[in-house]
Design a protein around this ligand. Structure first.
Ligand code: SF4
Length: 375
């Protein structure tokens, strides 16, 4: 076990509306639950038997900015009782561009937020409409400028492979994002999740995914343009200006222990992942009723933990140092996946040299299809 967690995730499950592609743990249009949620969160935080000194805190969702400034301050007053961020801690808040206004930014600053992950997705009106987003490109520009002025580090999300989107559209989006000079960009390819409105429409022939070829070209365009603009491609989906990697995600990828609170939130003690019930109402009921809100408990064997470590390690651009991997996990990569590794190397998807194993650009482009063999 690797000591007390120094990272905390807090799930805020509220959104104004549910975007058609989204299958996250959230409730839309249920602001009537917010006060009970905050009460339940305060109760769940009492699970900690001692205050935690933390390096990173991440408020994700859902849309944490949907709480508004006043409730955000109430939430942070509550957190301060048990969570003690160190000096220069990274405190990230996910925000919808529409929620970012002066009072909100001032409240976020008073709370100690250092970094805002803006759910921008695109700066093209047609793509935003297709993606069922409720904001416009100008909202992203305005929000980004306001956050920069407040001295906050900004991460902008870019979504690719939206129905009808072309490579040229993505190139335009990249130009628009680069011109906003964010410190960090996350690029996600649209996935068609079971149970979403998008997947239902796809089955009915009303929405059509882009081709694999186009999807790949879009991702390559992102790698090239963001690389030219001085961003370091440090993980499959993540690009950062020097010194601006997401430290919270790096804790996940190092499989360091972390705490998590809220519906659907998963915590990890170095070996066991414990996930809260995904339903916001059930989680609230259980916590306020004094019952265990846990849904799943996934205790990994040493080998399973090592396999997961291999995947998160290879998702990072730097890959893994074989000797360090063995020291930490107790396994060599080849003990876990010799055949796959040999095949990747033969196919030009991975390289193993001087004690290091990493994915090539071609490997990164198809990485999602590689992991089933390892896990
Ligand atoms: S705003 Fe984000 S979390 Fe909320 S429904 Fe849309 S994609 Fe999902």
């Amino acid at each position: 076990m690797s000591g007390l967690p120094r990272s905390v995730y807090l799930h805020v499950p509220f959104c104004r509306h549910r975007c058609g592609y989204c299958d996250f743990t959230l409730v839309a249009g249920r602001d009537d639950l917010i006060d009970q949620y905050l009460e339940a969160l305060e109760r769940e935080l009492r699970r900690l038997t001692q205050p935690l000194e933390i390096d990173t805190l991440y408020l994700g969702g859902g849309t944490p900015s949907h709480l508004g400034g006043e409730r955000l301050e109430r939430l942070f007053a509550m957190l301060r009782q048990t969570l003690h961020p160190v000096e220069h801690a990274e405190i990230t808040l996910e925000a919808n561009p529409l929620d970012v206004n002066e009072p909100f930014v001032a409240a976020a600053r008073r709370c100690g937020v250092t970094r805002v992950s803006l759910g921008s997705q695109s700066l093209d009106v047609a793509t935003l409409r297709v993606l069922d987003r409720d904001h416009m490109p100008d909202d992203v520009r305005r929000a980004s400028g306001m956050l920069a002025e407040a001295g906050m580090s900004r991460s902008l999300d870019l979504m690719t492979a939206a129905p009808g989107q072309t490579v040229t559209d993505v190139e335009r989006d990249l130009e628009a994002i680069v011109s906003l000079e964010p410190e960090h960009v996350s690029v996600y390819c649209l996935t068609w999740e079971q149970g979403t409105a998008f997947e239902t429409q796809r089955r009915k022939g009303l929405l059509e995914p882009v081709t694999d070829l186009a999807e790949r070209a879009m991702f390559e365009a992102a790698i090239d343009r963001l690389g030219d603009a001085g961003f370091e491609h440090y993980e499959v989906s993540n690009f950062a200006r020097p010194g601006h990697r997401c430290r919270h995600n790096e804790a996940y990828w190092d499989l360091r222990p972390w705490e998590a609170f809220g519906p659907g939130a998963a915590r990890f003690d170095g070996r066991t992942r414990v996930t809260n019930h995904r339903s916001t109402t059930t989680w609230i009921k259980r916590v306020l009723g004094g019952h265990d809100p846990t849904g799943d408990r996934d205790a990994m064997s040493a080998e399973e933990a090592a396999r997961e470590r291999l995947v998160v390690g290879l998702r990072r651009r730097a890959g893994i140092t074989v000797a360090d991997f063995e020291t930490v996990s107790g396994f060599t990569p080849r003990q876990l996946a010799a055949k796959s590794i040999d095949r990747w190397i033969a196919d030009g998807l991975a390289v193993e040299e001087e004690g290091r194993l990493w994915l090539t650009r071609d490997g990164l482009l198809v990485s999602d299809s590689l992991w089933a063999d390892v896990l």
